[in-house]
Design a protein around this ligand. Structure first.
Ligand code: GLC
Length: 259
């Protein structure tokens, strides 16, 4: 029986950015899904609505599961605007997270702006720090405040702009782990792909990762610290980089394009 892979890819800046490359990659992934040799996870900070519209308008491939809001919500097909997140995951996270306490860690940070309400949910507290005099310093201060409560909360810092306070048990990496365990997928055959800091948790959890050429320095630094072999740094950006990495790990057969 052919081996079954799990591929978990970030969306913005990883799959999106080059529509022609995404169309080519999506067609190759769908072929594997139809053959039953691929379980595809879209792992994103987007809301479900934005993933559903992205499938219709941006060429996002049809997935077997979607992690939204940075791994605080999990959805499985059939996907529609009426889909509800998986109850088992939601309840587990709700038990450890207090939205009020999470917000209290952000008090008095100069220049901080809360993200729009739709990105602030019962399980995710998100703000922008790019208006702060020292964004990295502000993120470090928030990390210091959260540290004594690390059994319940984690801080995710991405792109020099976005800071999320999530339940400690959530995030993209742990949400994929939950799916791997609950779906009986092979944890040694998971390849992840990303471009920014909120993807770091996926690389920490799993043995094989693809960093696209346009990745932010925060993810490149993490990839370097994980060492040779585990992470493939693609020469190409966006979906072409993902395709290159999936060929490197032999999830996709190599093409003659030299990618
Ligand atoms: C996405 C989400 C945003 C989050 C960011 C980083 O852009 O929409 O809420 O802060 O990812 O995780």
């Amino acid at each position: 029986m052919p081996m079954r892979w799990t591929v978990a890819s970030d969306v913005d800046g990883t799959l999106t950015g080059d529509r022609a490359a995404l169309d080519r990659l999506a067609a190759r992934l769908q072929k594997l899904r139809r053959a039953g040799t691929l379980f595809l996870i879209l792992s994103t900070g987007r809301r479900l609505e934005q993933v559903v519209s992205g499938m219709a308008e941006e060429g996002l491939p049809e997935p077997d599961a979607v992690l939204c809001q940075v791994g605080t919500e999990i959805y499985v097909p059939p996907l529609s605007l009426a889909s509800r997140p998986l109850g088992a995951w939601r309840e587990r996270l709700l038990a450890e997270y207090s939205r009020d306490e999470a917000v209290s860690f952000l008090e008095g940070i100069e220049g901080l702006v809360m993200q729009p309400d739709v990105f602030n949910t019962e399980l995710k507290t998100s703000c922008f720090l790019d208006g702060c005099p020292d964004p990295d310093g502000a993120a470090a201060e928030i990390r210091r405040r959260v540290e004594p409560h690390s059994g319940a909360y984690q801080v995710v810092w991405s792109s020099g702009r976005d800071l999320d306070i999530l339940p400690a048990s959530s995030g993209k990496g742990k949400a994929i782990r939950f799916l791997v365990e609950s779906r009986g997928l092979d944890a040694n055959r998971v390849v992840v792909a990303g471009d920014t800091g909120n993807d770091a948790a996926m690389f920490e959890q799993f043995g094989m990762g693809v960093v696209v050429a346009n990745a932010k320095s925060e993810l490149v630094a993490l990839a370097q610290s994980l060492g040779e072999g585990r992470v493939y740094r693609a020469r190409q950006p966006y979906a072409a980089g993902v395709e290159e990495g999936l060929e490197h790990f032999r999830v996709l057969p190599a093409t003659s394009s030299g990618a």
